[in-house]
Ligand binder design. Structure first.
Ligand SMILES: Nc1ncnc2c1ncn2[C@@H]1O[C@H](COP(=O)(O)OP(=O)(O)OP(=O)(O)O)[C@@H](O)[C@H]1O
Ligand SMILES: [Mg+2]
Length: 393
């Protein structure tokens, strides 16, 4: 049992690049913490510093309140699972799982017992005598997990362990790993760039960007109370729509003008973003999650509707995703550029309209080029300073 604490930890590589910038984060005993963020944000570097595979430039790393900075990797009592699980092809599954223990000169009987136990946990009992080439991708992944489990470490570190698997297997394995971790109760730090993976597996999620921790919270808190525009746009699928708007406040009613339409903001959102109440004339970025559009719009207050024309309809059966454009320039800041890069999108230069996605019920009868009215649950919308991306609270 162990907790892990980063105390103002930085990593500056030899070429002067600061990959991790004053990271302070405490992972509680038994917790499943997921580090997530775009490629290059410093996730693997942070994890490798816990493992002792990377020197710590500044700050202190503690496990169970003990300074680890100078402790050798093998003395840290940590087991790591990587993306490439590099099994030894000439060894059986049992030998692969027990390999680390053999190296440590553990008695054969003890090794056998631990390997059997791990194999039972992972559903590998019938495969113990096979060689890796006779295993599926998911089975190989389980062997790699087995190798970590038999060590009975204080801390598990996992760096994108599922990224070599196909989509379906990834979903299955993510549930298996989360359950296994929960059953074993071993403190775990898990790295991924996939926010859905992070949200579904974690007790708490830590979002990083350019070496800097943005927010660490439970999945629901991240979704409901993003600390800034970057986190708002990073968490959620499809992503939150970000729209440039201008606030007006008249006789206590807060409204936001987006292009040629105006939305009245419900009191719940003003309570969550109190700076809205005296933001008359201020330029803001309004965040509307796709799931907070409603159709048909009749139920919505007339001040909380948008008139739109449908550009694209995608149906998954259970959901209908409607794409439309609003006549305002896309929000263009460092945050939105990083988000677009992460999503693999390119932001068109000098665009004068913003593409918006609404997630409607699968039964919604809508077609391409329809002109419809959508309700907006403005009480659940988010508001950020147009220039800095700071939340208006
Ligand atoms: N040895 C090194 N020397 C200099 N820069 C490095 C070194 N290793 C990594 N970096 C840089 O540090 C940054 C963080 O790298 P890191 O591998 O931690 O990112 P990551 O968040 O794990 O990304 P990914 O999702 O692509 O795995 C990157 O910009 C990377 O290019
Ligand atoms: Mg990495």
């Amino acid at each position: 049992m162990a907790d892990v604490e980063f105390d103002h930890v930085s990593k500056i590589y030899d070429n002067g690049f600061m990959a991790v910038n004053e990271l302070s984060l405490r992972i509680d005993d038994g917790e499943f913490l997921v580090l997530v963020g775009p490629s290059g944000c410093g996730k693997s570097t942070a994890l490798r510093m816990v493992a002792g595979l990377e020197d710590i430039s500044e700050g202190e790393l503690r496990i169970d309140n003990e300074r680890m900075n100078e402790v050798q990797p093998r003395e840290r009592d940590i087991a790591m699972v990587f993306q490439s699980y590099a099994l030894y092809p000439h060894l059986t599954v049992a030998e692969n799982i027990g390999f680390g223990l053999t190296l440590r000169k553990m008695p054969k009987q003890e090794i056998n017992a631990r390997v059997r136990k791990a194999a039972a946990t992972l559903g590998l009992v019938d495969l113990l005598e096979r060689r890796p080439k006779m295993l599926s991708g998911g089975q190989r992944q389980r062997v790699a997990m087995g190798r970590a489990i038999v060590r009975e470490p204080k801390v598990f570190l996992m760096d994108e362990p599922l990224s070599n698997l196909d989509a379906k297997l990834r979903v299955q394995m993510r549930a298996e790993i989360a359950k296994l971790q929960h059953d074993m109760g071993i403190t775990t730090v898990y790295v991924t760039h996939d926010q859905v993976e992070a949200m579904t597996m974690a007790d708490r999620v830590a979002v990083m960007r350019r070496g800097v921790l943005q927010q660490v919270d439970t999945p629901y808190e991240l979704y409901d109370r993003p600390a800034n525009l970057f986190v708002a746009g990073f968490i959620g699928s499809p992503a939150m729509n970000l729209l440039a708007g201008r606030v007006s406040v008249a006789s206590g009613q807060v409204s936001v003008r987006i292009g040629d339409q105006t939305l009245d903001i419900a009191p719940a959102a003003v309570a969550a973003y109190p700076e809205l109440a005296d933001a008359n004339g201020r330029d803001v970025t309004m965040g509307i999650r796709p799931e907070f559009f409603t159709f048909p719009a009749e139920q919505a207050d007339p001040g909380q509707r948008l008139e739109i024309m449908i550009d694209l309809v995608e149906s998954t059966g259970s959901e209908t995703h409607v794409h439309f454009a609003l006549p305002v320039a896309p929000v263009d800041t460092d945050d939105t550029r990083d988000l677009a890069e992460h999503a693999g999108d390119t932001v068109p230069e000098k665009a004068t309209s913003t593409v918006v996605v609404a997630k409607l019920d699968g039964l919604a009868r809508v077609r391409l080029a329809d002109r419809i009215s959508l309700g907006v649950n403005t009480g659940r919308c988010h508001f950020f300073d147009a220039a800095t991306g700071a939340p208006l609270r």
